[in-house]
Design a protein around this ligand. Sequence first.
Ligand SMILES: [Zn+2]
Length: 479
Amino acid sequence: MAARFIGSVVAPVLWPGLSRRCSQHATGLARSPGSLRPLGSNAQPLWRMGQYTPAALGEQLSRSYCSTQSPDVYTAPPQPLAREAPSVGHGFNTLANVKVDLERKELNVSWEGSGAKSQAYPFVWLRDNCHCPQCFHPTALGRLPSSTHHLNVDVIADVVEISADGRSLIVQWDDGHESEFLFHWLGYHRFDQSLDDQLLYPKQSLWGSDVNIKSFDFDELLAEDHSLYSWLAELVTRGVALVKNAPAEVGQVYKLAERVAYLRATTYGATFHVMSKPDPSSVGYTTGPFAMHTDYAPLSRTPGVLLLHCILPAGEGGESLLVDGFKVAQDLKKIDPEAFRLLTTYEFDYSEKGTDCFGSFYMHSRHPVIKLNELGDVEQIVISNQSRDPMLRVPVDQIQPIYHAFNKYFNMLQLPENLLQYKLQKGDILTNDNRRVLHGRNSFQTNARHLEGGYVEWDEVNSRLRALTLQLQKNTTDE
Ligand SMILES: [Zn+2]
């Protein structure tokens, strides 16, 4: 029998457990070496919106998951809907008990099993998350306006019960709404006790020049979801991966980006071309060396992931240089905490002006060399000597210490144990986290080297990873 109580009861009564129902970047103004530049009149089309129809992607996504390989990265369990039948229990068994605390205006729920957890759920949160058709759109999967109008913080349920099979908590409210919360949904949503989304604070593997960069086959990435998942997971954990065997022609960066979502355009268009020109207007179009850098420091929101496709490799020289900026930042913190503090505290200005695909531009932003997140962990490295501006808004007595710290870090980046050199082959697409991995190149001899590059953003990479997790999990369950 459902337990029923009346809102006017104010006594600090902790209700006895309700048993189950029925008893439950082109101007030549940059420092040398210059930044990546696009082709001028030979540039590829800018934004190909038409390419981003999801049909092909949807078809690829529907292919089955190879269950013999396990994913390298796990996100938090995909969020189930309150009324959706659970495919997995997320470690929670059915509901055992619920107690009402009228003074605290909350429910206390426990689950079956030994070492079972219990959790308090304030009534206002439960009412806010009512998934009935009047409160929550069943296909848009979002709250309807009516659900948040006049949300009463002091709301108390009329009736609270656990379904006979122990899978649902059913709450009836005094406005006539009935909310149903499944056992695993409640277990997934335990406020500060909830499992965090691991992609928000990813576990990363720091590396030096002895790292073996993982390779992925281009055609496999276009066709197979597990390969796609593994490549993106590698970008999360190591920040660098190599895609092999792409056709040696323009346009492959688009195809790869479409597997994630879409390209992030810059002032140079949807993609850019890195190649030497007979009369270069910038050092970027030369055969000279390219200092270690991260891309687009003059933007406040620097691009997330760089995709660099080798259409024609350099004959001699032109090796790509890569270094894990996070690893070297940790090394710096250990051997010179003051240098680390200076680089995380003060900001350098970066600027770049010129004219390109979208007319004239003048970008200007400011970043510390080493950016920390709210937990004090390194979340981004920004270094771009070619676009570093003379503007340096710091106390004058800090100028020399800052240069000292910067030189120390920049030199550490180039130590043999940190700096990886790789000669791109025809058809390679080098992919790396632009927030973490610095890249550069050695000088080369021929003028024929041609790379096409583009970016995808981390939000889109993470979104694809979560969606793939759901898809692959579902396929596994269906098998
Ligand atoms: Zn409702």
